[in-house]
Design a binder for this molecule. Structure first.
Ligand SMILES: [Zn+2]
Length: 199
């Protein structure tokens, strides 16, 4: 296999990029000056080498704990639970949330083989249980079927702790992804969060 085929194959593995787009990207890169291509390669190298999940919240960061967990100006008594680290960026852009986060690392999805053991819930239980400062957990999983099931599951995990558990309002379009929602929509969903009902 040629190096051109090699790069095309790697690019085609990325989400939303088929073989055709991968080929186009490869030939686009081949037309660029070598320094520009080297810069892209270095940027990819750098994230692979330096970015790790925060041991406390699971956010992707160059430092551990991450900048949010280490920030004394954040409200460490409110924890916002999200599916993926990429959701944190979307919520931060809303400018509405001053608490801290917990990344589950996915959502319950039996069809994709994702079960309770695949989510980072033990860490969340510990953060809430350790007589720590947490007084509210906001469940900000996506407004999809899997997101709802995941929120209900996490609520059950936290039940014994007695901590207040709320769910963001579903002003977000059902089936929509938090990651792609605009800041105003997310701010509204956070402000209008409600107590999570029993059961
Ligand atoms: Zn963190």
């Amino acid at each position: 296999m040629s190096v051109i085929d090699d790069l095309t194959t790697e690019l085609a593995k990325l989400p939303g990029i088929g073989r055709k787009t991968a080929t186009r990207l490869t030939y686009h890169l081949l037309k660029q000056p070598a320094v520009a291509v080297a810069r892209l390669a270095r940027a990819i190298d750098a994230v692979a080498e330096r970015v790790r999940p925060c041991s406390r919240c699971g956010n992707l960061s160059e430092t551990d704990p991450c900048g949010i967990c280490a920030d004394p100006r954040r409200d460490h008594s409110v924890v916002c639970v999200v599916e993926e680290a990429s959701d944190i960026g979307a919520i931060e852009r809303s400018g509405e949330f001053r608490g801290v986060y917990h990344v589950l690392g996915g959502r319950l999805s039996p069809l994709d083989g994702v079960g309770p053991d695949d989510l980072r819930v033990d860490g969340l239980r510990e953060r809430v249980a350790n007589g720590g400062p947490v007084r509210e957990v906001i469940l900000a999983t996506n407004p999809s079927m899997e997101g709802e099931v995941t929120a209900t599951f996490v609520r059950g995990v936290l039940e014994a702790s007695g901590v207040r558990v709320t769910r963001i309002a579903l002003g977000l379009p059902v089936g929509g992804e938090l990651e792609y929602a605009d800041g105003v929509t997310i701010a509204r969903a956070l402000t209008a969060r409600r107590e999570m009902a029993d059961g």
